[in-house]
Design a protein around this ligand. Structure first.
Ligand code: PLP
Length: 389
C-alpha cells in the first residue's frame, strides 16, 4: 500500500530514531523521575552572556551574520584554540561558526563522504555519526572499544578496521558516553596510521574543556595531522549554552571551503544571539566555565563512588559528564535495565546499546544534575537493586 511514509527515501525510512530522546521524553512525562538521561548541563548560561545578547538584540542586532560567523567570534575561537591546544587556524578562512557542533558534524560528513566510502566510528560512541554517514550513502564501520582498554582507541584495533575504502575516521574524546580521554602518547600511533592510509579525521572535541584528569590533547596538534583533521567544538557543554545553537568547525582552508559552501545553502549562519553570547563567554566567561567544571568534577567523584558502592561497577570517567557503569552483573540487557529502572526506581538513564557495539552491558548516566539529585538517584537505584535481588 502507498503510505506517506513511502515518499521518504529508503535511507530515511530505515534510519533509527535517537535512542536518547526516547528516555528523555519518558522522563519529562513524569515529574517524580530523576533524569540522568540527557547530556546537558543543569546550569543556566552565564548571566553575562545572556545580558550581552539581550543588549545586542535590544539595540536591533537581529539580522543574519556573515555565513562564516561574526569575525569577532572567529578570532576568539582561533585565539582560544591556539592558546589552549596549540592549534593554529586563520580566523578569516579556517574557522566556520556553525549551528551547534551538530551542524559541524553534518557538514563534515556531507562534504567528505561519497556513496560507498567507509567511515570508521569508534563505539560505544555518540549517536549522530553513523546515521549521518548512512545519509550520504557511506558505510559506518563500527570499531568496538573495550572497558579493558579504558574505552580508548588503539592502533591495533584501528588497523584492523581500515580497508581500501576507508575515507575517514571520527574521534570523540573526551567521549560521550564513556568519559574516556586520549593522551598525546595515545594519539601518536593513531596519527601515524591516519597518515599512512591517507585518512581524514573528524575530531569532535565538544567536551575538551571538561577534562578532569590530565590535559586535553587534540589529534590535530600532532605532527602531520593539522591539514587532514577537522576540529569540531562548541559552547553547549562547557558554557551551558545548549539552547543557543552555536558551535564551530576548523580546518585547512581548501578543505573547509567545501563545508562553507554547504553551510551557505543550508543554515546560512548560526543565530546571531548565540554568536554574541559565545563571544562574551570566550572573552569574559572563563571564571563561569571553571566554576561549572569544578562542580561537575565534584559530582563526578561522588556519583562514581556511589555507583560502585551500590554494586554497579564504574570506571573513572576522565572527561565529559557521563558515568558509564556496567550492569552486566544484573543479568538484564541494558534496555531492560533502563526500562525497569525508569519504572521501578524512577531514575532515567540511557541503555548502552544505543551507543553501538560494545555498549551492551552498560548504561549511560549524565552527572550534569544537582548533587542532591545525584545522591537521591544513587539511593533509589541502590534500594531498587536490593529489592530486585
Ligand atoms: N558531539 C557530541 C559528542 C555531543 O555529545 C553533542 C551533544 O550531546 C554534540 C556533539 C552536539 O552538541 P551541540 O549542542 O553543540 O550541537
Amino acid at each position: 500500500m502507498n503510505t506517506t511514509n513511502s515518499f521518504l527515501t529508503p535511507i530515511v525510512q530505515t534510519m533509527p530514531p535517537s535512542g536518547i530522546r526516547q528516555f528523555f521524553n519518558a522522563a519529562e512525562a513524569d515529574p517524580e523521575v530523576i533524569s540522568l538521561g540527557v547530556g546537558e548541563p543543569d546550569f543556566v548560561t552565564p548571566k553575562r552572556a545572556i545580558e550581552a545578547s539581550a543588549r545586542a538584540l535590544e539595540s536591533g542586532r537581529t539580522m543574519y551574520t556573515p555565513n562564516e560567523g561574526l569575525m569577532e567570534l572567529r578570532e576568539a575561537i582561533a585565539e582560544y584554540l591556539y592558546s589552549r591546544f596549540q592549534l593554529s587556524y586563520e580566523p578569516s578562512r579556517e574557522v566556520l561558526v556553525t549551528v551547534g557542533g551538530s551542524e559541524a558534524i553534518d557538514l563534515a560528513l556531507r562534504a567528505l563522504v561519497s556513496p560507498g566510502d567507509e567511515v570508521i566510528i569508534p563505539v560505544p560512541g555518540y549517536v549522530a555519526y553513523a546515521p549521518l554517514v548512512s545519509l550520504n550513502g557511506g558505510r559506518a564501520v563500527e570499531l568496538e572499544l573495550t572497558a579493558e582498554q579504558d574505552f580508548k582507541l588503539t592502533a591495533d584495533a584501528l588497523q584492523q578496521a581500515i580497508t581500501p575504502r576507508t575515507k575517514a575516521l571520527v574521534v570523540n574524546f573526551p567521549s560521550n558516553p564513556t568519559g574516556a580521554v586520549m593522551t598525546a602518547a595515545d594519539w601518536l600511533p593513531i596519527a601515524s596510521l591516519a597518515i599512512q592510509h591517507n585518512l581524514v579525521v573528524i575530531s569532535d572535541e565538544m567536551y575538551a574543556e571538561l577534562t578532569y584528569v590530565g590535559e586535553h590533547t587534540s589529534i590535530a596538534s600532532l605532527p602531520g595531522m593539522r591539514d587532514r583533521t577537522l576540529v569540531i567544538g562548541g559552547f553547549s557543554k562547557a558554557f551551558a549554552m545548549t539552547g543557543w545553537r552555536v558551535g564551530y568547525l576548523c580546518g585547512e582552508r581548501e578543505l573547509l571551503k567545501g563545508m562553507i559552501k554547504i553551510h551557505q545553502y543550508t543554515a546560512l549562519c548560526a543565530p546571531i544571539m548565540g554568536q554574541i553570547a559565545a563571544i562574551e563567554c570566550m572573552r569574559n566567561g572563563q571564571e563561569d566555565k571553571e566554576s561549572m567544571k569544578a562542580a561537575f568534577d565534584e559530582r563526578r567523584k561522588m556519583f562514581v563512588q556511589g555507583l560502585n558502592e551500590i554494586g554497579l561497577p564504574c570506571r573513572e570517567p576522565k572527561g565529559a559528564f557521563y558515568a558509564f557503569p556496567s550492569i552486566a552483573g544484573t543479568g538484564l540487557s541494558s534496555q531492560q535495565f533502563a526500562e525497569r529502572m525508569l519504572r521501578e526506581a524512577k531514575v532515567a538513564a540511557v541503555p548502552g546499546h544505543v551507543f553501538g557495539l560494545g555498549g551492551e552491558g552498560f548504561i549511560r548516566c549524565s552527572y550534569a544534575a544537582s548533587s542532591g539529585q545525584l545522591q537521591e538517584a544513587v539511593e533509589r537505584i541502590g534500594r531498587w537493586l536490593k529489592s530486585a535481588e
